[in-house]
Design a binder for this molecule. Sequence first.
Ligand code: FES
Ligand code: FES
Length: 158
Amino acid sequence: MSAVELTFTVNGRPRVVEIDPAETLLGVLRDRLGLTGTKEGCNEGECGACTVLVDGLPVDSCIYAAAATAGRRVETAEGLTHDGLGRELQAAFVAAGGVQCGFCTPGFITTLVAVLREDDKPSEEDVRTALAGNICRCTGYSQILDAVAATISGRNER
Ligand code: FES
Ligand code: FES
């Protein structure tokens, strides 16, 4: 298939990339832009390791057509390390033991940034529902929920 030009914004920076029209967003981010903070797990939209934000909403980039991001705003784990909320979540994950092998962590933090931007006091039920598409094989989830609770209470104490 002939290449097409994709113009979009990645982590606040305008980008123009030649892509195959069938290419996934995950492939473009990792292989063409070198943004390997977004992980490739199941490649089937099941594990959430590849979560990124498109116009602020979480998507599974392994099953999301890169071409569909034309003119849109993509945020990845790399960008979120420069975001205040993303940094707070990262620190809370480390403090609570929510990072073990770390493979799932970028996807969890990306999803949680979207949740907490919308609502600074989500219930635990809301958090669990939002994280239903993110799988962690190491932590048993309780440390992750502790990290989210610590982030929420830290932000609401200010
Ligand atoms: S790698 Fe995309 S959902 Fe698992
Ligand atoms: S920390 Fe290993 S999969 Fe979550």
